[in-house]
Design a protein around this ligand. Structure first.
Ligand code: MG
Length: 213
């Protein structure tokens, strides 16, 4: 959960949102909070992020994402040291060279490369192995298309430690683009396609809906 209105009113309202979500899903569902700090004019700095992380720990939040603007590496290093919940970011970074300082300086607990922005699967693989070597968890950022999700699944499956792939729903670009759409099972798992390549095929009839003429 996250982005607006989280982080946009006041601390009490943020806590109400998280408390409501936790009470709704119960104690045994993993819940992550994405502040959306890569949105333009993000108003918060380290103090807000640190205090919010303490609040999130009271609701057993699995990770706290983009709590700061995406280029505030010094802020993230401090936050990762101090936060009682794991800290995540990286979805807007491009090229492996941009990821290296975040991983090597331990600015995050979880790094989130987006294979449709960072240079592709080969680049993602290098980032993921670097993260593994530094004991940082890699969770691919899947908020793009069915092709991106298919690539994320193959990437995650090829890593020694893979716990999550982000999956956006409802979203036609993800759920209504391929011949065999992804389906989440009752426990929240996606099957990794076994066919050659990314394992998915574009449905060209469905694709016509998105054509601009
Ligand atoms: Mg995000």
């Amino acid at each position: 959960m996250g982005w607006r209105p989280f982080g946009r009113q006041d601390r009490k309202y943020d806590e109400l949102l998280v408390k409501t979500a936790r009470e709704t899903v119960g104690p045994n569902i993993e819940l992550m909070v994405d502040a959306g700090g890569s949105e333009q004019f993000w108003p918060h700095g380290l103090n807000w992020a640190r205090e919010t992380a303490k609040m999130l720990a009271n609701y057993d939040i699995t990770w706290f994402e983009e709590a700061l603007p995406p280029d505030d590496i010094e802020g993230f290093i401090e936050l990762t040291k101090q936060s009682p919940v794991p800290i995540a970011t990286g979805e807007v970074l491009t090229r492996r060279q941009s990821f290296l300082p975040w991983i090597e300086r331990r600015a995050v607990d979880i790094i989130q490369p987006d294979c449709t922005k960072n240079g592709g699967l080969s680049e993602s693989r290098k980032i993921a192995w670097c993260a593994f070597d530094h004991n940082v968890l890699m969770v691919p950022h899947g908020w793009n298309t069915a092709i991106g999700v298919a690539a994320d699944l193959q990437l995650a499956a090829a890593q020694p430690v893979a716990r999550y792939v982000e999956y956006l729903t409802p979203c036609d670009y993800i759920e209504d683009l391929t011949t065999e759409p992804f389906e989440i099972d009752a426990e929240g798992f996606l099957k990794i396609p076994q066919k050659p390549g990314l394992g998915v095929e574009l449905d060209h009839d469905k694709l016509k809906k998105y054509r601009v003429t």
